[in-house]
Design a protein around this ligand. Structure first.
Ligand code: 5AD
Ligand code: SF4
Length: 441
């Protein structure tokens, strides 16, 4: 018997890349690869890349430069680049770094087994197509390994919104929803493998409109209600949503659906209507705030999170102040803020850029405000009773770590529960990035 070949995957970026990396590992698992956490012992290294911000491509090239010498140690080592940088750069990657054997875009990784076979023939392989076949369907024959209690499940991919700063519509392509039955089959399969919480993923997940078994399209809320009926599945989440696609049935699901968790990531990007217009967001700060009101009326304890871009072209101090005001009015449990980063080929790339030092200063100011809100909300949790999905052992003996309904990381000392249990606890302390709790009996 030959020893299994080893696969090392490094994942950058969003949760969808985490999901894609798992699928790529499964696809190559069928070709005899087992995963390793040590790049030095790998026969295949895949970088699953992100192109959303910053010098993403440059980071990938420098990582490739670091990995290249491993080929002298193991002449059979193959190096591949997957994900959105692969899609955006294509052949250029192999030109700039000849050590790269394989380039595969996010819509074609189901073809990895065929590509790998070509590598073994000494060829290189490049595929950045948007193929007509359904990559998820092509990948159904998977090993039935036990899974961690919380899993991602991609239900929708791509985006038709074309925000002026964003590469996603170009790298992930047009918006596509997976049919309901396929999502439910995958969810049941995950539950059979030990999963108790599923986070539905999509770049625009609340625009989901997958075909139902009767040939009629279903909304994300309808899909969530169908998932709610799966025995053994205890928690449902979804991300990332767009304010304009937040339909009434989804807001109602937050009120009525027992397994849907009280957490919503709803990026607004800016609090200035002038900038929102220039971003092509097609909503206003006011319409966003009204929406938040309706969501909170349906589910008063919901924890909200958001994304913000500072230093978007032409952003003035007054525009930035409007963003801070919006943050003050919403009170986010979590928020992510990014300095605008020029993405070649997107409309905003051509516009007058904000002075980088000014953008840095705004980033610091927004982050200070967000951190303060996050910490206040965490402090308000002290004394409250929540239920924690136990995910792993903690750093200390007898300590377990998991997530509350609100997605707060919670440490439980002297915990008798097992991984996968959902445990009633009382929050005793708010730490910097997590909460401490005691088990309730
Ligand atoms: N520059 C900075 N941030 C960006 N994002 C998307 N594109 C850019 C860009 N060009 C942010 C948005 C989005 C999040 C995933 O990344 O806030 O919601
Ligand atoms: Fe990008 Fe999201 Fe805008 Fe789509 S909705 S273009 S993914 S920021």
């Amino acid at each position: 018997m030959t020893a299994p070949k080893k696969l090392f995957i490094k994942t950058y970026g969003c949760q969808m890349n985490v999901y894609d990396s798992e699928r790529m590992a499964e696809a190559l698992g069928g070709e005899g690869y087992v995963e390793t956490k040590v790049a030095e012992e790998a026969d295949m290294i895949l970088l699953n890349t992100c192109h959303i911000r910053e010098k993403a491509a440059e980071k990938v090239y420098s990582e490739l430069g670091r990995l290249k010498p491993l080929k002298t140690v193991n002449p059979d080592l193959k190096i591949g680049v997957a994900g959105c940088v692969a899609q955006a750069e294509g052949e250029e990657i192999m030109r700039r770094q000849p050590a790269v054997d394989l380039v595969v875009g996010p819509q074609s990784y189901h073809r990895l087994p065929q590509m790998e076979a070509r590598l073994r023939q000494g060829e290189k392989a490049l595929d950045t197509d948007f193929p007509p076949e359904d990559k998820f369907e092509e990948m159904r024959a998977r090993p039935k390994a036990r899974r961690a209690p919380s899993a991602f499940l991609t239900v929708q991919e791509g985006c038709d919104k074309f925000c002026a700063f964003c590469v996603v519509p170009y790298t992930r392509g047009a918006e596509v929803s997976r049919p309901v039955t396929r999502v439910l089959d995958e969810a049941r399969d995950l539950v059979a493998r030990g999963v108790r919480e599923i986070t539905l993923l999509g770049q625009n997940v609340n625009a989901y409109h997958g075909l139902g078994p009767d040939g009629v399209e279903q909304s994300l809320a309808q899909l969530i209600w169908a998932l709610n009926d799966i025995d053994g599945l205890e928690r449902i989440r979804f991300t990332t949503s767009h304010p304009n696609d937040m339909q009434d049935d989804l807001i109602e699901a937050h009120r009525d659906c027992p397994k849907l968790m009280p957490y919503l990531h709803l990026p607004v990007q800016s609090g200035s209507d002038r900038i929102l217009k220039r971003m092509n967001r097609s909503h206003t700060a006011e319409s966003y705030l009204r929406l938040i009101e309706r969501i909170r009326a349906a589910r008063p304890d919901i924890l909200l999170s958001g994304d913000f871009i500072v230093g978007f072209p032409e952003e003035t101090e007054a525009d930035f102040q409007a963003t801070l005001d919006l943050i003050e009015s919403v009170n986010y449990g979590y928020a992510y803020s990014f300095k605008y980063s020029t993405r070649p080929g997107t409309p905003a790339a051509e516009r007058a850029q904000v002075d980088p030092e000014e953008a840095d200063a705004r980033l610091q100011r927004i982050q200070a405000l967000i951190t303060q809100q996050q910490q206040n909300i965490q402090k308000e949790m002290v004394g409250r009773d929540v239920r924690v999905l136990v995910e792993k052992k903690g750093r200390f003996d007898g300590q377990m770590v998991g997530k509350s309904e609100y997605l707060h990381a919670v440490h439980i000392d002297g915990c008798t529960a097992a991984i996968g249990d959902i445990l009633p606890v009382r929050i005793t302390e708010a730490k910097r990035n997590s909460l401490a709790a005691i088990q309730r009996t």
